[in-house]
Design a protein around this ligand. Structure first.
Ligand SMILES: *Cc1c(COP(=O)(O)O)cnc(C)c1O
Length: 332
């Protein structure tokens, strides 16, 4: 059997030799004291890249989003977000449990956006019966789909007009920027805070950056400590993040091309496949477990879901895509 083609997620990448080398050689210090030069370099470099004042390194995107929501919202305050949002669905309800934040969800449309008239209607007046609406959170990409600059400008403008803060879960914002052929600073303009994963398509083993104003990041430092995210000689991980920003941003279009080729191959087999950035979605009629088992015997790893998501990344090359298409083709 040749190598495994792992299409379950873009989180499965393993740090390559060059990344491991910079990790081994990283200068470190105690980051809880602010002493780690590699962490400090990553945080300030990322802040510059996003056009925001300051950055903060987190062990995960879940903790970064939670800290952001807690920095923006007090106890009983409300965030507006999509019902498909990672923060709502896949973060174990942390904003409610740990932040005492009320989540008002709105339907995501087919393109991933929220209807801004519905957002406006969900903003509560000052009335003791109602939660205080403080924050609008968007996600880009969402299920691989890219929110356009025009839409984001309108959404941020609406938040501003109503005195809400705006947070972007930009776990895969570099994929959105690659798809739109723009830079992340342009794409994130107007947001008060942005959370960016280094451990998805960028290929770092660990790490998420939260960016925002100096005051916002100062609050986030305290909350991160409270949540158990204060780390010590963590320059060994920040070095991987710096390597990822330098080497793995410019190649994301290759993952998008791989996903497009995968979708094309599956469609040619009569399997209707949708493709957005580095994700392909196939709607299955048969048993997803049986298909996943068949693919597994051919070295292709997938998650057995009826709307099956296949994700391309650093460790999936063109030959791997062809092997995946061929394995789907032999399933009966
Ligand atoms: C992966 C992801 C996160 C954070 O996930 P962690 O696994 O906690 O790092 C947040 N938002 C989105 C959209 C994601 O895809």
């Amino acid at each position: 059997m040749s190598t495994i083609v792992d299409l379950r997620s873009d989180t499965v990448t393993r740090p390559p030799a060059g990344m491991r080398r910079v990790m081994a050689e990283a200068e470190v210090g105690d980051d809880v004291f602010g002493d780690d030069p590699t962490v400090n370099r990553l945080q300030s470099q990322a802040a510059d890249l996003f056009g925001l004042e300051a950055g903060l390194f987190f062990p995960s995107g879940t903790q970064s989003n939670l800290a952001a929501l807690m920095a923006h919202c007090g106890r009983g305050d409300e965030v507006l977000l999509g019902q498909e949002a990672h923060t709502y669905v896949h973060e174990a309800g942390g904003a409610a449990v740990l932040g005492s934040i009320h989540m008002h969800t709105l339907a995501n449309r087919a393109d991933g956006t929220l209807d801004l008239d519905e957002v406006a209607a969900a903003i509560k007046p000052d009335d003791p019966h109602l939660a205080r609406t403080r924050l609008l959170t968007l996600e880009n990409t969402i299920g691989g789909r890219v929110l356009s600059r025009t839409y984001l400008e309108q959404a941020v403008g609406l938040a501003r007009q109503h005195g809400l803060a705006a947070h972007l879960d930009g776990a895969r914002i570099f994929n959105a920027a690659a798809a739109l052929r723009t830079d992340v600073k342009t794409l994130c303009a107007g947001f008060d805070s942005v959370s960016v994963c280094l451990s998805k398509g960028l290929g770092a083993p660990v790490g998420t950056l939260l960016l925002g104003s100096a005051g916002f990041i100062a609050s986030a430092v305290r909350i991160r400590k409270m949540l158990g995210g204060g780390m010590r000689q963590v320059g060994v991980l920040a070095a991987a993040g710096l390597y990822a920003l330098e080497h793995n941003v410019g190649r994301l279009h290759l993952d998008h091309a791989s996903a497009a080729r995968l979708a094309e191959g599956l469609s040619a087999l009569g399997l209707p496949a949708e493709c957005h950035t580095n994700m392909v979605f196939v709607r299955l009629t048969g048993d997803p477990q049986a298909l996943a088992a068949h693919l597994g015997r051919h070295g292709i790893l997938v998650l057995p879901e009826r709307r099956m998501r296949l994700v391309t990344h650093l460790d999936v090359d063109a030959a791997g895509v062809e092997r995946a298409v061929a394995a789907f083709g032999t399933y009966r």
